[in-house]
Ligand binder design. Sequence first.
Ligand code: NAD
Length: 263
Amino acid sequence: MDLGLKDRVAVVAASSQGLGKAVALGLAREGTRLALCARTASTLEETAAEIRRETGVEVFTRALDVRLDGEVERFVADLLERFSRIDICVANAGGPPSKSFTETTMEDWRAATELNLLSTVSFARHVLPPMRERRWGRFLAITSMTVKQPVAGLILSNSVRSAVSGLVKSLSNEYGPYNVLVNSVCPGYTATGRLLELAQKQAREQNVSPAEIEARWAREVPLGRIGRPEEFANLVVFLASERASYITGTAIAVDGGIVKGIY
Ligand code: NAD
C-alpha cells in the first residue's frame, strides 16, 4: 500500500526517545520530512542523526519544553517558514508520575494538566489554522490505554488524558469540514524508558525486580507480551497517511488487547 506520505511535512513532539522517536522513524521510512522537538538538545540531535542516516530524509530539530506555549508557537512559525506547510502533527509529551489520589497534591494536578492537556492544546492552536487553510491535515494525540480503562496508581494519567480525548473529539468536529482529521492513539504497555521507570517504581514498592513487574504486566495482556514502540508507530503512521482519509474523531488502542471493554 502506498501511504502517500512521501515529502509530507510532520512535526513529532517529544520525540528524542520512546514512542515519539518510533513514530518519527516510521514516518521517515515513508519519506516524510520531519521536525522533532524534545527538551534535551544532545539526545534530540542523536535521534535526528540516526533517522537521517537510516532514511536520508530532512530532519529539523528544536530543543524545547512542550509546556511552554511561546516556545511551541515559535517552533511552528519557524517550521512554516522553512517548509511552507505542516501536514501532520503528532502531539506527545512525557507522562505524569504514578501516584494514588491520596498521594497527589494540587501542584501534581496542575503539572499533569500542563504536561499532557495544555501541551496538546498548544500544538493544536498553532498547527490547525495552517492545516485548515490548506484543506489537508492530520492531528494525532498520543494518550494512553488509561482513557479506556483506568490503571491503578495512575490517577493523573487516567484523569488528564481523558480531557485530551474530549479535546480530540471536539476538534474532529470543528475541523472535519476542512479535511483536517483529528484522532488519538492510546498505547498499552510498550517497551520504552517511561515503562521501565514505572516498573522500577513498582519494583521498589513491592520489593521485587523490575523484570518481575514487567512479566506480571505481560501476563495481563491477551497477546502475552509488552508491545514494541514500532508496533505503536505503525498505526500512527497509517493514521497520518493519505489512506486514512475517512477516519477522524476516534481513539484507537494499540495495547495487545488489554482493554477489556468493547469500545
Ligand atoms: P518516554 O519517557 O520514553 O519518552 C518521552 C519523551 O518525551 C522523551 O523524548 C522526552 O525527552 C520527551 N519529553 C518529556 N517531557 C517533555 C517536555 N516537557 N517537553 C518536551 N519533551 C518532553 O515515554 P514514552 O513511553 O515514549 O511515552 C510517550 C507518552 O505516551 C507519555 O505521555 C507516556 O506516559 C504515554 N504512554 C506510554 C506508555 C508506554 O507503555 N510506554 C503507555 C501509555 C501511555
